[in-house]
Structure formats: structure tokens, C-alpha cells
Design a protein around this ligand. Structure first.
Ligand code: SF4
Ligand code: SF4
Length: 208
């Protein structure tokens, strides 16, 4: 197995993409007068699986910078998270457990958090490669706040995720020299990304 590492240029590209996502999110949040401050919930306990080696490798850039004791503490918490979420799935329930990186409501690896963490909250839209348009109304609190302000649903400002997702897919493909399709698909939680270590892949059969 060979570790999937980001070059300096790829690291800079991911940082640029994440910054663009944040900028668009902030613009929409400001237009809706929406913010997370005072939220009684914390959506870091929502169950998400992530799909790119790129985000996984970038997360590890941040994780590696933490002191060894902190890494170990987060890994213990990640293993507990995996046990809890697998138990919930065995009961046929949708898992709900706090992300192991969330400490007292704050993200330990905020600058390295994944795309979903940067886009959840405000209304959004995306067009899938097959042309189907998907709409996301925003989190429960955003929907409440929008409702209280009496803003018309059909003309709400929203984040257009399509361009960002396309760029993410391009960068992911570049990470594998244009051969991403030869490598296994990913469906991992953040806890699994931490416990499994940095991303690593075997050389595909057809390349040997
Ligand atoms: S995104 Fe929504 S649910 Fe999550 S913390 Fe912010 S206000 Fe709360
Ligand atoms: S990585 Fe950070 S922002 Fe994302 S779910 Fe975990 S604690 Fe929350």
C-alpha cells in the first residue's frame, strides 16, 4: 500500500477550493441574516460519510500537526464513535454521535474540516452529472429563521455547490494522475478516516 499524499500545489488548490466554499457560504448566510451562534443543536453529531481521498489526505495534514497525546485522545474517541455508530446501524437506526473532532462545540481541525462541514447550514443547490437538480433547504434552524423573516422560498439566496463539487472531483482525479476510477470508492466517516490512518492505496491490477 502506498500513502496518498498531496503535493504542495495540490494542498494549495484544496485550500483555495475550501476558501471559495466558505466565501460563498458566508455571503448566503449574511444575506439571510443567519448564523450558528446560540444554536441549541450541534450538527457535528449528524452522520456523514465522505468520498474523496483528497479530503482525507488534507484532514491528515492537520491531524499530524497535533501533539501525540491529543492525537491518541482523538483516536480513542474515534474508536468509540465507530462502535456507537455501528451498533446503531445494527439496530437499523440512523446513527447519531458527536464527531470525535468536536471539543466543547468547537472543531479541533477547523481549517482542515471536510467539504460537508463547510456547506451544511444554508440553502443550497447542485446539478448532478446526469442533469438532475437537487435542492437543500438548509438546516432546521436556518429554515426556522428564514420562516420567521418571511423570506419568499422561491427567491432565497443559496449556495450553488455544482462548481465546487466539480472542482473537487477534478482535483481528486488529478491526485491519481487521471486514473481515479481504478481505485476503490470511499464511504468513510471522519472517525474511520482517523482510525484507518492516512489514505493509502494498492497499485491497481491493470497497472502491475
Ligand atoms: S448549521 Fe444549523 S444546526 Fe448546525 S450548528 Fe449551525 S445553526 Fe445549528
Ligand atoms: S470535522 Fe469539525 S466541523 Fe466537521 S463534523 Fe467534525 S467537529 Fe464538526
Amino acid at each position: 500500500m502506498k500513502e496518498v499524499r498531496l503535493s504542495l500545489e495540490q494542498t494549495a488548490e484544496v485550500a483555495r477550493l475550501y476558501a471559495a466554499m466558505e466565501e460563498q457560504y458566508d455571503q448566503v448566510a449574511a444575506a439571510l441574516n443567519f448564523g450558528c451562534s446560540g444554536c441549541p443543536d450541534n450538527c457535528c453529531d449528524s452522520y456523514f460519510q465522505h468520498h474523496t481521498y483528497l479530503e482525507w489526505a488534507y484532514l491528515w495534514l492537520g491531524f499530524r500537526q497535533l501533539p501525540a497525546e491529543e492525537q491518541e485522545r482523538l483516536l480513542v474517541r474515534s474508536r468509540e464513535y465507530i462502535v456507537a455508530t455501528e451498533a446503531a446501524m445494527a439496530r437499523d437506526e440512523r446513527p447519531q454521535a458527536m464527531c470525535p473532532l468536536n471539543e466543547s462545540g468547537l472543531c479541533t481541525l477547523y481549517s482542515y474540516r471536510l467539504m460537508v462541514c463547510r456547506t451544511h447550514g444554508v440553502p443550497a443547490r447542485m446539478t448532478r452529472p446526469d442533469g438532475q437538480v437537487l435542492s437543500f433547504p438548509g438546516c432546521f434552524r436556518c429554515q426556522e429563521q428564514v420562516g420567521e423573516q418571511g423570506l419568499p422560498e422561491d427567491s432565497l439566496p443559496l449556495v450553488e455547490r455544482t462548481t465546487h463539487l466539480r472542482r473537487l472531483a477534478e482535483l481528486e482525479n488529478e491526485l491519481f494522475a487521471g486514473r481515479r476510477r481504478l481505485y476503490p470508492r470511499l464511504r468513510l466517516t471522519i472517525a474511520q478516516m482517523l482510525v484507518q490512518g492516512p489514505p493509502a492505496v494498492a497499485t491497481p491490477h491493470c497497472e502491475r
